[in-house]
Design a protein around this ligand. Structure first.
Ligand SMILES: Cc1ncc(COP(=O)(O)O)c(C=O)c1O
Length: 525
């Protein structure tokens, strides 16, 4: 291959050769995904330092490309694997890969309509398709974001501007009292971040307790609103979650919407993960009431199998969206007046990548029904997994299974909260040790859980059976290791000791070594 590396303008033959290499690499990667390990085995997880000096001149592009492909394949953490069973990151669709390559080549700039008539129309059509699934009866608007974090920030900015119009020009101090908003203890932490970024202060977010289904408790919410009103503070928004990050719980949207109407509060629904059930006629009733939202966050890069980034913010309050985000900008050419706004006047970004094409192309190639089938199948797999947990001697469900997230707890009666957390960490580490599959852990409503989920469209029953076997083997190994330690039960380890436990466990292979948290003998099987 000709080495013309000083010039970006590669000749056609070189471009085609490099492009074919990409297609071949991606093709064999996709072919490997049903059985590909998620990451190297624990003993092979060492990574080159990548501390070379900035290259002054280039090298053979094919060689560099091959090298980085090899490194990423061998040493990478492969979220697209069917064995990735721990968090809400998916296997991208192949159509999305094609779209992303095309977007990188065409580089459409979606800030203004005048320079992206065609691309903006495709984007607006994608937004319309999703908004129609929500079921809004009045006109709505929305835009693509980088993800749920930006969508939640945008929603709060809009809610603030809708309730206190002066804040756009004069800031939060013009409100004259502390604005406050609400979510459950299980609401996403991007809301705390947004509260800080918007100048409200993180303490302006009230976290309300949840019931046994991990749904926001509406009586507690109402009490908190009343208390804030009595204290002279200014409630302005409630964020309900449709599919919490920890357990997939869906808040009672009709009840919360009723409360928001009575207290004239903006209802934002964070459906970053769970709003995808709108694609399934069988399961969309799980998010009944979502159409009452004043704004909705929805992340196609979670359950809709899109590569990063693809988020959406949608709202039926078109005027509030434009008032929040539009600024006069004389240097940009205006499109003739028409039905579409400039994207920069309806979102937080300025220069904008076309994050919509991958979803548009996937929907055109596969249709809504492909997503319906995906969601229904994954719900069935999750129920089968929950049945297995119900029959298990070692594990129990730590939270109800609503969406395809399963929170497991080790049956270890008598062990303290901190012991259980350490035991879960040991089991997770053991399951993940050979790199083949990957699960995670979380604190859900203050309790440690082993967190598993079905997210890849490639995951089948057989992958879950492998996981079940790995969980069984790991819990047996942990219990055996505890028996070998033969030390009395530590009912309640002091917090700093628990920290040491977790870090020593992740330090090296063999969780039994020096494992200081013990169960009572009659709990060890
Ligand atoms: C419910 C919820 N909201 C918001 C976010 C943040 O989304 P993103 O990571 O796309 O910014 C997440 C991420 O997991 C989430 O689960």
């Amino acid at each position: 291959m000709e080495n013309n590396t000083m010039n970006f303008d590669l000749d056609s033959q070189t471009r085609r050769k490099l492009g074919h290499r990409l297609v071949d690499v991606v093709d064999s990667f996709f072919a490997s995904l049903p059985d590909r390990p998620v990451q190297p085995a624990a003993e092979d997880r060492y990574y080159p330092a990548h501390q070379d000096a900035l290259p002054e001149t280039g090298e053979d592009p094919a060689r560099v490309f091959d090298e980085v492909c090899r490194e990423l394949m061998e040493k990478g953490f492969h979220i697209p694997s069917a064995n990735y069973l721990g968090m809400m990151n998916p296997t991208p669709t192949y159509m999305a890969f094609l779209a992303e390559s095309l977007v990188a080549a065409l580089n459409p700039q979606l800030a203004t309509l005048a320079r992206s008539q065609m691309a903006s129309r495709i984007e607006a059509e994608t937004v319309r398709w999703i908004g129609q699934l929500v079921g809004w009866r009045t006109p709505f608007s929305g835009t693509f974001t980088t993800g749920g974090n930006e969508a939640n920030l945008s929603a709060l900015a809009m809610a603030l501007a809708a309730k206190f119009p002066g804040v756009i020009e004069d800031g939060v101090c013009s409100i004259g009292a502390q604005p406050v908003f609400y979510t459950s203890v299980e609401g996403h932490h991007s809301l705390d971040k947004s509260a800080g970024l918007l100048g409200l202060g993180r303490n302006s977010l009230r976290r309300i307790g949840v019931n046994e289904r991990l749904e926001l408790q509406t009586p507690q919410l109402e009490a908190a609103i009343q208390q804030d009103l009595l204290a002279g503070r200014k409630p302005f928004c409630v964020v309900a979650t449709a599919g919490t990050t920890g357990s997939g719980a869906i808040d009672d949207l009709p009840a919360i919407s009723d409360l928001c109407r009575r207290y004239r509060l903006w209802l934002h629904v964070d459906g970053a993960y769970g709003a995808a059930v709108l694609f399934s006629r069988r399961h969309r009733s799980l998010v009944r009431g979502i159409e009452e939202a004043d704004s909705l966050s929805f992340d196609p890069h979670k359950w809709l199998a899109m590569p990063f980034s693809a988020g959406l913010i949608l709202t039926p309050h078109i005027e509030a969206l434009e008032r929040t985000f539009s600024v006069p900008c004389p240097y940009l050419q205006k499109a003739p007046p028409g039905p579409l706004p400039d994207n920069l006047s309806i979102g937080a970004q300025w220069s904008r990548r076309m994050n919509s094409l991958k979803l548009w192309l996937t929907l055109r190639a596969h249709g809504r029904r492909a997503y319906e089938e995906l969601i229904d199948r994954q719900m069935t797999l999750a129920r089968m997994f929950a049945d297995w947990v119900a029959r298990s001697d070692d594990f129990e469900l730590a939270a109800p299974q609503v969406l395809p997230i399963l929170n497991l707890r080790l049956k270890a009666g008598g062990s303290s909260r901190l012991d259980l957390q350490a035991l879960h960490a040991a089991i997770i580490e053991e399951v993940n040790r050979d790199g083949r599959q990957w699960i995670s852990g979380a604190m859900v409503n203050g309790q440690s859980v082993i967190r598993t989920m079905v997210i890849s469209y490639l995951t089948e029953d057989r992958h879950l059976r492998d996981l079940q076997a790995a969980l069984d083997a790991s819990s047996r190994a942990v219990r055996t290791s505890l028996r070998q330690e033969n030390r009395p039960c530590i009912e309640t380890a002091p917090p700093q000791q628990c920290g040491e436990i977790s870090s020593s466990m992740s330090g090296g292979p063999g969780f039994g070594r020096g494992f200081p948290v013990l169960l009572q003998a009659n709990n060890a099987k």
